[in-house]
Ligand binder design. Structure first.
Ligand code: F6R
Length: 608
């Protein structure tokens, strides 16, 4: 979704803003713009299309002079992608420019009020009301104006604002939309996400809702809505600039797929100590756990798919009933929650609007909320009662891979810890799992080494129009993810089914040559899924299977078999998903798709 960058420092702002926006491209956008403050004047350059259009328009930022500025990549919500709807938006007199991420829910009322006062609107956006509103409220004090905005604006926003009356500084604030302050030396910045700041600083401040920040080259001041100045406490970010660069790979997605063994290692290592699982600061006792009557896992998209794995393994290892819900459904379905509910929310970004809303609903009704999150300091991480970070590092490709894999590991660790606390696994079984967890990064490496085979088959099968993924139990959960990976980046229609469910309707779609991926790695049900594979094969399906090494059963019924190393059943999804990620990647590559930024998609879905 939209991205914001703001800069005040000793360098020319425009090239810095363009570079910063480039690092936010992954979020998904359809237009871009900058506003730069120079000698009491604001100059704006903006255009629909990719950042390159803006680069060309401004000669890489050279034609827009000034040391303070704000920039924006827009993912259209109100009004089509066009030059005029692009941000920044400017007030009537041209003295204020605004960039905005989020949705102003009461913009129509505000617009009607402003129109009555003589303001005219050029765009179809909700953001333009903010620019005019700033001008309407402004009486010589920008801090007052910002605070006034917090009272008037309903909905979500991250804002960057410059005023022609205030040279050398800019203002920013947020509510329910991400915004991070970068604390540099002789330069200070804001951005929607950390990668935009890394070229300047690794010291950041995570802005809280309704805090107003005033930034100049050598000062960052933060105020609450009572004009009280707040302490700026820096968090050190452990990533360097290269973490968010392609490093020689053609696509971020491929780089992130290949990074998974290291990411898994980072997620596992600190949590396996002296033969015991230690879950950071998440302290839960056996008594507390025995008091839990129900676990809800709530998330969106791929994170939801991790939740589906979580349901199977947590129920197996705890015998506590687990429900897994799509966050946008959960928040409106009046779920039955009380103080005995444990709610697990899963989110890579920690900023997904529906997941945030579901979490708040759960908390309001008394649930204890445990968040599994990748982005440090994100809204979900800050608001949950407990957090387990996935430590996957920055994930730039829109289609998640390493974040998904590390989320899986955290769910595994949780299930094992709970089993240990409840006495549902004996020492020997637990020790076997710890050994298997330690071996997993190496096994993942081994699975990735088979990539050429998958690349070959992708080159043979990329022209299919519809693909099915089937599996049972944990393989079904992985099938959901394999299918999503394929459709989001290759635009091939695909569906995932529980193996036993296909014959209740969908099998009518199977005809000669229909490609069916059969996941047959969940050992207790391999024979069952083999029967389902036979059923579709008998109707002409072309069968690609994923099986564990040494399993002969699937060889006989499949046209192609991708093998993965064997591990313990609960951990198997971490390996089974790899051929599916690679297949989706190679198919999309073969089709020449925009892999890192698929059409219509955004990395962090910060609107409902
Ligand atoms: C798909 C993908 C999305 C996200 C979903 C939730 O590859 O990445 O489906 O999983 O938008 O995002 P987070 O995990 O940030 O809450």
């Amino acid at each position: 979704m939209c991205g914001i960058v703001g800069y005040a420092g000793g360098k020319e702002a425009a090239p810095v803003l363009l570079k910063g926006l480039e690092k936010l491209e992954y979020r998904g956008y359809d237009s871009a713009g900058i506003a730069v403050l120079n000698d009491g004047k604001i100059e704006i350059a903006k255009a629909a299309g990719k950042l390159q259009v803006l680069r060309d328009l401004t000669h890489e930022g050279q034609t827009v002079a000034g040391l303070v500025g704000i920039g924006h990549t827009r993912w259209a919500t109100h009004g089509e992608p066009s030059d005029v709807n692009s941000h920044p938006h400017i007030s009537k007199s041209g003295r204020f420019a605004v960039v905005h991420n989020g949705i102003i829910e009461n913009y129509q009322q505000l617009k009607a009020m402003l129109q009555k006062k003589g303001f005219t609107f050029l765009s179809q956006t909700d953001t333009e009301v903010i620019a005019h509103l700033v001008e309407f409220f402004y009486q010589g004090d920008m801090l007052d104006t910002m605070i006034r905005l917090t009272n008037e604006l309903e909905g979500s926003y991250a804002l960057g604002i410059i005023s022609a009356d205030e040279d050398g500084k800019f203002y920013a604030m947020r509510k329910d939309s991400p915004l991070v302050v970068g604390l540099g030396e002789g330069e200070n910045l804001v951005a929607s996400d950390v990668p935009s700041l890394l070229a300047h600083t690794q010291e950041v401040y995570y802005l809280n809702d309704r805090e107003v920040v005033v930034l100049s080259a050598d000062k960052v001041e933060i105020f609450d809505t009572n004009r009280e100045r707040l302490e700026v406490t820096a968090t050190h970010i452990d990533w360097d600039v290269t973490a968010a660069e392609k490093g020689g790979y053609e696509h971020f997605m491929f780089k992130e797929i290949m990074e998974q063994p290291q990411s898994l290692q980072k997620t596992i290592s600190p949590r396996l100590q002296d033969g015991r699982i230690v879950l950071d600061d998440f302290h839960i006792t056996a008594d507390m756990l025995r008091n839990v009557s129900k676990i809800y896992i709530v998330a969106c998209g791929s994170s939801y798919h991790v939740g589906v794995v979580g349901k199977y393994i947590l129920e197996q290892s705890t015998r506590i009933p687990v429900e897994v819900d799509i966050a946008s459904e959960f928040r409106y379905r009046d779920p039955i929650i009380d103080e005995r509910t444990l709610m697990i929310v899963i989110s890579q970004s920690g900023e997904t609007a529906d997941t945030i809303a579901a979490m708040r609903e759960g908390k309001k009704q008394g649930a204890r909320v445990l968040a599994i999150v990748n982005v440090l300091g994100s809204t979900i991480a800050r608001e949950a009662d407990d957090v387990l970070y996935t430590w996957a590092g920055p994930e730039i490709a829109v289609a998640t891979t390493k974040a998904y894999s590390t989320q899986l590991i955290v769910v595994d660790l949780l299930a094992l810890k709970f089993a240990e606390l409840l006495g549902r696994m004996d020492e020997a079984e637990l020790a076997e799992y710890y050994r298997a967890l330690q071996a997993l990064p190496q096994q993942l490496e081994q699975t990735l080494a088979d990539k050429e085979k998958i690349q070959y088959w992708a080159s043979q099968l990329y022209n299919k129009h519809s693909i099915f993924f089937i599996g049972r139990n944990l393989d079904y959960a992985v099938a959901l993810e394999g299918s999503l990976k394929l459709k989001e980046i290759s635009y091939i229609h695909s569906e995932a089914y529980a193996g036993g469910e296909l014959k209740h309707g969908t099998i009518s779609l199977i005809e000669d040559g229909t490609l069916v991926f059969t996941l047959a790695t969940y050992q207790p049900l391999v024979e069952k899924i083999r029967s389902n594979a036979e059923e579709v094969r008998a109707r002409g399906a072309y069968l690609v299977s994923v099986a564990v090494e040494g399993d002969e059963q699937m060889q006989e019924v499949s046209d192609v078999v991708f093998t993965v190393p064997r591990t313990l059943p609960l951990l198997q999804p971490s390996l089974t998903v790899i051929p599916l990620q690679l297949f989706a990647y190679y198919v999309a590559s073969q089709k020449g798709c925009s892999i890192d930024q698929p059409k219509n998609l955004a990395k962090s879905v910060t609107v409902e």
